[in-house]
Design a protein around this ligand. Structure first.
Ligand code: ATP
Length: 369
């Protein structure tokens, strides 16, 4: 096994009430990485995390830690700690004692407890807060205490289940940066669960996109954004235009009634494909023989850019640009080969996120091409 792999999940299957909620998960997690399980509600993120933490045992498959099978090892014997969305602090104890709790259980000497708690308070930016009652702290400060409490035992890995879900947007953004700093400073593995794609893109070294108890894609934020594996991932991460096309040959794709040069190869000749084009990649200009042409329907100022909806013979295209075209004008949309992302047809073709994440197995097969 690759030495940098700390946790390995092999063919994990989990059933609840006759429903298969994990359908054969395979995942290697690297030592010291920040990895995020991302996906819509009910896709199996928390269940995967609980299996890694040892809170539940999979019905099939194996969990390895440092190459050793740990299916039967209870949570307290794993070198792992967990931070939940609900902080579960002890309201009758002050900040210092909440953080010290695990060390006291282990009968750690008083002097060492003090040094380590102070270290943790500094790490989570709560220096000077030791004597405060936890129920007088803000939500963000309480979450910092929960993180300090989880880290004081120096786990090899920290599991975080939507830890910022209860915080308001501004605080959440601050804490995202803080968490990333803590992870880098401590050099430990963070496994993070969220359904917020922006959060995942901001913090992660790698993202695992899950849907319906399966992994649709694993990759760096750039990979996932620039080369989504299927239309579900493309829709879930960022905004996109998705159209159907035909791959005529390597580097030659047809869609919107025209041939385009692309950077993709290895598809079957005349294979039907899905094409993803990000709104910010489309440039508009005078129509010519290489552009996709249409009428500007709406122009909306979004702060950083304008969003335009362009109708091209019945297909709606979204463009993000710092310049705005005139509503009602007829424009050409220009693409470079790198702007055109081509994917094999999948279960998620022609479905929106809600459909793709809620369909049952039977329906998947029917809709699969
Ligand atoms: P969310 O973002 O909503 O927390 P999730 O991706 O973390 O979703 P899980 O909590 O892993 O999803 O749940 C996956 C599926 O398993 C859901 O359909 C859920 O209802 C079901 N499930 C989870 N835990 C149990 C349980 N203890 N008993 C029965 N069903 C469960």
């Amino acid at each position: 096994m690759d030495k940098s792999v700390i946790v390995s999940l092999k063919n994990i299957v989990m059933n609840f009430d006759d429903e298969q909620v994990l359908k054969g998960i395979n995942l290697d997690i690297h030592d010291k990485e920040f990895i995020t399980l991302l996906g819509p509600s009910g896709c199996g993120k928390t269940t995967t995390l609980r299996i890694i933490g040892g809170f539940i045992e999979p019905h099939e498959g194996d969990v390895f830690f440092d190459g050793k099978r740990i299916n039967k090892i209870p949570p307290y014997k794993r070198q792992v700690n967990t931070v939940f969305q609900k902080y579960a602090l002890f309201p009758h104890l002050n900040v210092f004692e909440n953080i010290a709790f695990g060390l006291r259980l282990k009968k750690t000497p008083e002097k060492e407890i003090k040094t380590r708690v102070l270290e943790m308070l500094e790490l989570v930016n709560l220096k000077g807060y030791g004597a405060k009652r936890v129920d007088f702290l803000s939500g963000g400060q309480q979450q910092r205490v929960a993180i300090a409490r989880a880290l004081i035992n120096h786990p090899r890995m920290l599991l975080l289940d939507e830890p910022l879900g209860a915080l308001d947007l501004q605080l959440r953004k601050e804490m995202q940066i803080e968490l990333k700093r803590m992870q880098q400073q401590l050099g430990i593995t963070f496994i993070y669960v969220t359904h917020d794609q922006e959060e995942a893109l901001t913090m992660s070294d790698r993202i695992v996109v899950m849907n319906r108890g399966m992994i649709d894609q694993i990759g760096t934020p750039e990979d996932i954004y620039n080369e989504p594996a299927n239309t579900f991932v493309a829709r879930f991460i960022g905004e996109s235009n998705i159209v159907s096309g035909i791959m005529h040959d390597d580097f030659d794709v047809e869609f919107a009634g025209k041939h385009f040069v692309c950077v993709d190869k290895g598809f079957d000749k005349m294979e039907p494909v899905d094409i993803v084009i990000r709104p910010e990649d489309i440039r508009f200009k005078q129509p010519d023989e290489n552009t996709i042409d249409g009428t500007v329907e709406t122009v909306t100022f979004k702060g950083v850019h304008f969003e335009m909806i362009v109708d091209s013979f019945g297909t709606k295209w979204k463009i993000h640009s710092t310049k705005a075209a005139e509503p009602g004008s007829f424009i050409g949309m220009a693409l470079t080969p790198e702007d055109i992302h081509i994917m094999h047809k999948s279960y998620a073709s022609n479905m929106n996120i809600e459909e793709a994440s809620s369909i049952q197995e039977g329906a998947v097969n029917e809709k699969e091409l």
